[in-house]
Design a protein around this ligand. Sequence first.
Ligand code: HEC
Ligand code: HEC
Length: 231
Amino acid sequence: MRWPWWGAVLLVVGCGPTPAVEYGEELFHDPKLSESQYNTFSCATCHASTATPSPGKVYAGLSLYNVASRPHWWGGYETRLLDAVNFCYTSFMRGLTPLAPEDPKSRALYEYLVSISPDVQAPAQPFTLVKDITDVPRGSAEWGADVYEATCQGCHGETHTGKGRPSELAPLLPEVVQEYGELFPGVAPGLVFIEKVRHGRFFGVGGNMPPYSREALSDQDLGALLAYLGL
Ligand code: HEC
Ligand code: HEC
């Protein structure tokens, strides 16, 4: 179900984007949508909004093209679009209270999401969370360098130095694994690393990094990434 009573919000057909759509698009790109001073993520950090993926960039979340036309979200876990959005808002953007349906910001965001949903109906998108963590075969380090740049660098910055990262809350890669020996004695650091990438902040791992589903990152790409990082 959509946010039902919003069907009545004016959409001036043929006159370009409405002020609500434009405001919604701004909010989509604005980390300040969240009231938390520690948040540096916007929706656009983790979601594309176009039908075709942009080359050289891999997002943790699915593209939100046609998102308002899907029957349900988060692999069937969420049946209201606002709940699906609030899941991200509270889990990743450190939002303390979920966005309320009547809040002008959520209304504008909704108008924007409808504006990038041209089809009346669109299929639900698969989202496969890897539950049991197992090791993956290492791949080509050269390929892994590209995976790192497209997938992780936006938040973690360059390897070893973190150059360009928006926040120091994202640790240096791969140096962070040096702490793993003490924290998880007897567990191969590579496995702890895979756990973080596959589960993000969930399954008791903590933090606010998003999880990477199989659709977002294949085991093959993950194996190449590990080879590049020397893990
Ligand atoms: C830190 C990363 C991150 C941020 C920030 C984020 N999301 Fe997400 N979002 C995800 C991940 C990961 C998923 C689960 C995979 C998927 O379904 O896209 C998801 C899922 C969703 C879904 C369900 C899609 C579907 O069809 O199942 C919606 C809708 C959504 N996000 C909207 C938003 C909006 C709107 C914002 C901004 C308010 C936002 N997200 C911020 C990572 C993020
Ligand atoms: C949307 C931003 C974002 C993206 C993209 C991202 N990370 Fe993170 N990552 C974070 C933040 C913030 C933290 C610290 C908070 C936490 O642990 O969740 C973190 C923490 C980590 C940690 C350390 C966990 C610990 O404390 O032991 C590892 C390992 C990691 N990320 C690996 C990756 C890899 C590999 C990728 C690419 C596949 C990636 N991250 C993509 C934001 C991101």
